[in-house]
Design a protein around this ligand. Sequence first.
Ligand SMILES: *Cc1c(COP(=O)(O)O)cnc(C)c1O
Length: 400
Amino acid sequence: MRTSDYVELEERYGAHNYYPLDVVIARGEGVWVYDVDGIRYLDCLSAYSALNQGHVHPRILNALIDQAQKVTLTSRAFRNDQLPLLYQELAEMTGFEMALPMNSGAEAVETALKLARKWAYRVKGVPRHQADIITFGNNFHGRTISIISFSSEPKYRDDFGPFTPGFTSVPYGDSAAVERAITPNTAAISVEPIQGEAGVIVPPEGFLRELRQISNRHNVLLIADEIQTGLGRTGKLFACDHENVRPDMMVIGKALSGGFYPVSAVLADRPLMGLFEPGEHGSTFGGNPLGAAVARAALGVLRDENLAENAARLGEYFIDQLAEISSPHVKEVRGKGLLIGVELKPEAGGARRFCEALKERCILVKETHQHVIRFAPPLVIDQETLDWALPRIREVLLTR
Ligand SMILES: *Cc1c(COP(=O)(O)O)cnc(C)c1O
């Protein structure tokens, strides 16, 4: 079968809730993927940062195979011999005392919101079912009905109401607006340290620190959604680390499994996480031994291969080199570590055609929102590979 055959099958039998580039990937290794015709591409999206460790990392693959031959699912009705070790390793690595494992990122965000509400009722003393959570314009936290209830993106929400109440939205980067939005019923502020899906929006320096101070001042929880920015992507373990901010809850996912398997988690200290009691929350697959073994290996790779440091070093180089391309189409190059957005001017005609042109030159990227090309290669990339990519990117940005 050829590329067009696969595309046709997918279009005929699959829901059209994505608009993929027509490259049919059959194999991946490190930073490279190969399509069904054997053409090699540099993956500069990394499955939205789920592949920080690169495609089919051998150490994670071995952990997956090993564990799959032993036991894959116990349900949390029983215990398994992988989850406790994942808990311990997460605590040692992140400094949070406890974790609650789920599968998708959206599920972990929902978990954090539930815990914040429970904390509001049981600890802060907010009247039951009155808790409010502050969120930001242009946020992306997932696709469940409650999460899209506080989305500001018409495409994500307009046809999907009625919506879940209990959320107040303020402009991203505006800490004064956050402070004004706080009421006695405010349970939490939920923030992405950098807004990835919105187009790699980096907030003003000090914003996270201000949110931390505001939460302290008003007895409100600070929740950081680090599903995309966390686990090395921005050049530190967490993007919050750039401002030395420790949130009350950290939500992680994506690279927690190195792209093998959906694993997500909420991290918090004991006084907060301890509020969940048996039966109040759960997931059949959450915390399963296969996912836990994969996550342990994925975290091990991040640590042992110094991927955050690599992202810091090569991210700086990549951003500098991209910024030097004096293309008439480019409005701004921004980002942290290897989470980089190239924003095009409105008259450039949208980012999509540039992504298509890059695909022709064997670089896979995706537009995010209409005018931003996101560059987020696996963190195992090296400078030589960036130097292979840069002339191609330059050519596309200059000649189109
Ligand atoms: C991807 C993402 C999510 C949702 O994760 P899923 O695994 O797709 O449910 C939530 N928050 C952020 C910041 C993300 O990038």
